[in-house]
Design a protein around this ligand. Sequence first.
Ligand code: BMP
Length: 262
Amino acid sequence: MNTYKSYTERAKQHPNACARSLFELMERKQSNLSVAVDVTSKKELLAIADAVGPFVCVLKTHIDIVEDFDMDLVQQLESLAKKHDFLIFEDRKFADIGNTVKHQYANGVYKIASWSHITNAHTVPGEGIIKGLAEVGLPLGRGLLLLAEMSSKGALTKGSYTTESVEMARRNKDFVFGFIAQHKMNQFDDEDFVVMSPGVGLDVKGDGLGQQYRTPREVIVESGGDIIIVGRGIYGNPDQVEAQAKRYRQAGWDAYLERLSI
Ligand code: BMP
């Protein structure tokens, strides 16, 4: 029996506004690809965002690695998000007590909550981290992903850590709409967490620093992930950025169609 619904069906039923707009745009653009643009200059980041923009549903940033960061970078990213119809996900991986992360999210140099539609958090500090982030993010219509499983070798995100992270998400469904994880996390019929999976590559299996890659098919068909996150596989060769974005978008979408047909 096919237990997987289409992104359109999920958009119609999802209680979380951020998840609804994400599913709608995935179907509209026929893309379940997120590109991780881990480069250190503003110019390069914007050039890659513009090149991959037409092919992605989510553009993932690590804004604190950009050497010449300024608020103009953020404004330009927001313009590109409108131009190409994608959401921005600042992969901040918050990991402190609620009161601290609240400020890290809203204030400081980056003012992440003001421009990033989606962000994420580790569950290691306990549920207060979600409450703190929600105080800032919920009024702005933002969404949060919890890190339930990591892609890297030897990660401690397994067993009861993962199970308890899912329980935390269940108790905070107004703000938490999914996970960074390697597998589907839903257990009940009425539950619909979005799973975004990093560690995706078609050509290599690792990077020598612990990263582990699986193919889009392994992620989407075999493990039930919803969105593939691809970094160096796409921006690694500057002459191939657009071609690789198209290739991964196709591979991700083909895997989704295969999953629907099973
Ligand atoms: P790459 O495809 O180049 O390995 O990049 C993967 C991206 O996903 C990086 O931005 C990394 O920070 C992020 N990531 C990951 O690789 N594994 C995780 O478990 C969680 C992540 O956010």
